[in-house]
Design a protein around this ligand. Structure first.
Ligand SMILES: [Mn+2]
Length: 350
């Protein structure tokens, strides 16, 4: 595995120079943030980003994300134009030597939480998801603002999108995903770019919108849409693990054996009953996911691809982008690097 860290570009409060000082850190997971969703990324902007990262002594291991325009997910006639742009972006990323692209296919909303600064017993704060609170939320009331919600949507725009999605059930969303995958994957293959779809977070329908990248059966259905190792997965422990019936380490092992894991997100969460959960420190004893089993599955399969600590708590008085502080993610990265070293050394001594 190769350890990486998400960096939100030059406006990120955490500079690349700090990220480089995290022991074991090699890769940067980033994106171009000032190009509107749906437009192609020009090669010169990709090269500029690459140079910025390399000048800091690191390299880009993954682009997270190249977002998929809603028209593609809804299946509107305008989707073909956006798919052409997506292909152009992949070609340019390939020319720049970017090895992997993470993306998702969640309708309208990205990751969703009920609270961003929930205080844990040790005084740190974390993002949490309380099922009952989410059920009472109405995204169309215009009063909500949460991370992952595209703040560029006005209330009226959101109503239009919700109206479109009234005609999109799970099977329609699958059909639209298949259309997209069959269009872009030959280009990704030619450009030598590994695609890594991120599971839905949390992995079940939310606000009446369908979600399909949710469990082992659906991940299997996904990889079967197009037969190429470049048509792969981001195995995100915190997203898939939020569904109590998902056994994340077992799923990870299964898809590693199939050669379809192109990126790993490591985050621990503590299931707190029903579909509620709290994000926790990475160390296994604080959450519901056995992080050692994750590292062991990767070691057993000689996984050489990228991994990054996913969200972290806010600790030591740090403030900043919820889930994306420096300190707890750095602790998570070094903990995972330690587990990996132990696994490697125990194999050498056998
Ligand atoms: Mn993730």
């Amino acid at each position: 595995m190769e350890m990486g860290f998400r960096w939100y570009g030059k406006t990120d409060s955490i500079p690349l120079e700090y990220i480089r000082q995290i022991p074991g850190m090699k890769g940067i997971v980033t994106a171009i943030y000032d190009i509107p969703v749906g437009e192609a990324w020009p090669l010169d902007k990709v090269m500029e980003l690459k140079k910025t990262v390399e000048d800091a002594g690191l390299h880009i291991s993954v682009i997270e994300s190249v977002p998929v325009h809603e028209d593609i997910k809804i299946g509107l006639p305008t989707r073909d134009k956006y798919i052409e742009n997506y292909k152009e972006t992949l070609r340019n990323l390939g020319k720049a030597g970017i090895p992997c692209v993470c993306y998702n296919f969640m309708p309208i909303f990205d990751w969703t939480r009920s609270e961003l600064e929930y205080e844990l017993p040790d005084g740190s704060t974390a993002l949490i998801f309380e099922e009952e609170k989410i059920k009472k939320m109405d995204p169309l009331s215009g009063e909500l603002s949460l991370p992952g919600w595209d703040s560029s949507y006005k209330k009226e725009d959101l109503q239009v999108l919700f109206d479109h999605y009234k005609n999109v059930d799970h099977e329609k969303l699958w059909a639209n995903l298949e259309y997209f995958i069959k269009a872009i994957m030959p280009v990704a293959d030619e450009a030598n770019v590994k695609m890594a779809i991120h599971p839905d977070d949390p992995p079940y329908d939310i606000f009446g919108l369908p979600r399909i990248i949710t469990n082992k059966e659906n991940l299997e259905r996904f990889i079967n849409l197009y037969d190429s190792p470049n048509n792969g997965l981001t195995m995100c422990s915190g997203s898939l693990g939020a569904e109590p019936s998902n056994n994340f380490p077992e799923m990870l092992r299964y898809f590693l054996e199939k050669g379809r894991v192109n990126f790993v997100h490591a985050r621990n969460i503590k299931l707190t009953g029903g579909k509620s959960f709290q994000e926790s420190a990475h160390v296994s004893e604080y959450g519901s996911i056995d992080m050692y089993e994750i590292i062991k599955a990767m070691a057993d399969n000689n996984y050489t691809g990228p991994i990054r600590p996913d969200h972290g708590r806010m600790i030591w008085g740090e403030t900043g982008k919820p889930g994306y502080g420096l300190f707890d993610r750095a602790l998570g990265a070094t903990y995972l690097t330690g587990l990996w070293e132990a696994e490697q050394k125990s194999r050498q001594s056998k």
